[in-house]
Structures are given as structure tokens and as C-alpha cells.
Design a protein around this ligand. Structure first.
Ligand SMILES: [Zn+2]
Length: 219
């Protein structure tokens, strides 16, 4: 059983590491955001409600998210483990997740926290550039991730752009909210003895190796 919860601040590389694990261990990558988006495309009363809430930029009621998450986690592809991304985000959701697992007769598994200095995150955020055509992500502040020419995609020649919320003010707000919400969550999982803190201030390959060694302990 390799149920994994990833907890990391914005721009810590959670998406990249999730994708690596997904491939390596054949684990489904489950995010409540994706579950809601999928449901919102269905022509049902629930689907239409979610579509409306999401299009208004509001939050879907917790109970609905929990029900959908539970149903997703009870599907066959989750039997041998899964990666849970973006949930739980706060202590209330953690309690609810415990209930869901109990009902599904599943265990918590691993909680992996990626630790990265604030300064590194700031560099990643402010240097991030994206190609609108092939979606490649670059970083002007990284020797290994910067494009050959500052605003041109190496792969397809597309004109790189910067996401609106990739600025220092927006990042600092997101980061502070993250710290405030996850502190009780991390304490909770630490007490249960399943919290693994990984130094994420390293190359993608090195961080991936560290995560592997945590997972191997329990396999
Ligand atoms: Zn491109």
C-alpha cells in the first residue's frame, strides 16, 4: 500500500515529483480539483451545480468534495495506492479524510512534505516562463532550466510568457496562507509518525531519490 499525501508550498516541485511517482509506481494521481472539474462536465444536477460554483470562482461545499473523493478512492485503480494532491489542505479536511479512509478500510500511508527555503521559491516563481504552444516551463533564474534566448521557446520557437500570479506579492500571500493552514496538519501527521520531511532544495533527480528511499522503507 503506497497511499501518498504530498504537502508542499507553491512552486516546490510537487507536480513534477507526483508525475515521476505516478509513472514509476503506476499510482493514480488524484487531485480534488480535477475530480470537481470532471464532475462539472457531466449533465447532471450535481454537475451543473459544480460548474456554476467553479465558474463563479467559489468553493464547492466540503460535503460534496468529500463524497466525490470517497467515490474516486474506492475505484479499482486505487487499490494499490495513490497520490493525493491538494488534499487535505487543513486540519478539518484531515479529520474528514481519516473518516473516509476508515469507511474504505484503507490506511493513511505516507505524508511527504517538501521543504524548500523561501528564497529558492521566490526565485522559481519570479523566473518562471511558460511556452503557450508546447507548454514547456522554463526558469530564467536557473542555469539548467533557462531558455537559450530569454523569451523564446527552445523546442518550438513560441513566445514565452509569465503567469499573472507568478509575482512576489501574490506568491507571498499564497505562501503565508500555506504556512498557516498546513502547520496544524503537519503536527497532526507528525504525531501519527507518518510525516516524512524531504529537503527539496536539490535537483529533480535528487529529490526523487530521497522520496524513493522513504517509500522503500515501508514497502
Ligand atoms: Zn514551445
Amino acid at each position: 500500500m503506497k497511499n501518498i499525501i504530498f504537502i508542499a508550498p507553491p512552486a516546490a516541485g510537487k507536480g513534477t515529483q507526483s508525475a515521476i511517482l505516478e509513472k514509476k509506481y503506476h499510482l493514480p494521481h488524484i487531485s480534488t480539483g480535477n475530480i470537481l472539474r470532471e464532475e462539472s462536465q457531466k449533465d447532471t444536477e450535481l454537475g451543473r451545480y459544480i460548474a456554476e460554483v467553479l465558474s463563479n470562482g467559489d468553493l464547492v461545499k466540503d460535503d460534496i468534495t468529500y463524497t466525490l473523493l470517497k467515490s474516486r478512492l474506492s475505484e479499482d485503480d486505487c487499490k494499490n495506492g495513490y497520490i493525493l494532491d491538494g488534499f487535505p489542505r487543513n486540519i478539518e479536511q484531515a479529520y474528514k479524510y481519516d473518516e473516509i479512509l476508515k469507511e474504505l478500510n484503507q490506511e493513511l500511508g505516507y505524508v511527504i512534505k517538501l521543504d524548500i527555503p523561501l528564497e529558492t521559491l521566490e526565485k522559481r516563481i519570479t523566473g518562471r516562463r511558460i511556452c503557450p504552444d508546447c507548454k514547456t516551463v522554463y526558469n530564467l533564474n536557473s542555469e539548467t532550466e533557462k531558455p537559450t534566448q530569454e523569451s523564446i521557446c527552445d523546442k518550438c520557437g513560441g513566445r514565452l510568457y509569465q503567469r499573472n500570479d507568478d509575482n512576489i506579492t501574490s506568491f507571498k500571500n499564497r505562501y503565508e496562507l500555506y504556512i498557516e493552514k498546513t502547520k496544524p496538519l503537519l503536527d497532526y501527521y507528525d504525531k501519527k509518525g507518518i510525516l516524512y520531511v524531504i529537503d527539496g532544495n536539490d535537483s529533480v533527480e535528487e529529490v526523487s531519490k530521497k522520496i524513493d528511499s522513504v517509500l522503500k522503507k515501508g514497502m
